[in-house]
Design a protein around this ligand. Structure first.
Ligand code: FAD
Length: 113
């Protein structure tokens, strides 16, 4: 994947992707079936391969090797997602997010279809 030189696009892409990422994990089943667990694991690995910022993708792939996606439940997946975003934050010297408030920042909205 090519280097994404434009830092504004890289940041906008990052914010949008994180929004999708955490919202998806907030709505992931509390008790996922095996195929749902497999789908989430595959999605995250494919995201790390196809993410359209080469340097980000490379680093994310290394993080996933060390911290594989946790797919056993909504809580496990959301906390894992928060922790992996924090590892990216640390690398970029951004503030670390308090993962205790993940459900407030990304409510599941589960009553809605
Ligand atoms: P972002 O990090 O985009 O976060 C958006 C919002 O999410 C924050 O304002 C906050 O409200 C919330 N948030 C922050 N931390 C957490 C958390 N731990 N859990 C839940 N919510 C949180 N950029 C690079 O320059 N180099 C890279 O190597 C790089 N790798 C990336 C890898 C991935 C997979 C992704 C999705 C993005 C990557 N980025 C990278 C982009 C970078 O992470 C930021 O998205 C971008 O710099 C914009 O930062 P931001 O300060 O607006 O906040």
């Amino acid at each position: 994947m090519e280097h994404l030189g434009n830092s504004t696009i890289k940041e906008e892409l990052g914010r949008s992707t994180w929004k999708l990422f955490h919202t998806m994990l907030a709505r992931y089943p509390e008790e996922p079936k095996p195929d749902e667990r497999s789908a989430l694991g595959q999605f995250i690995h494919l995201l790390s391969r196809l993410y359209p910022c080469g340097e980000c993708a490379e680093h994310f792939q290394l993080l996933l090797q060390e911290y594989p996606p946790q797919t056993s439940s909504r809580a496990a997946a959301s906390q894992w997602g928060c922790a992996i975003h924090n590892l990216v934050n640390e690398r970029l010297r951004k503030p670390v997010f308090d993962c205790n408030s993940i459900e407030v920042q990304y409510p599941c909205g589960c009553a809605e279809p």
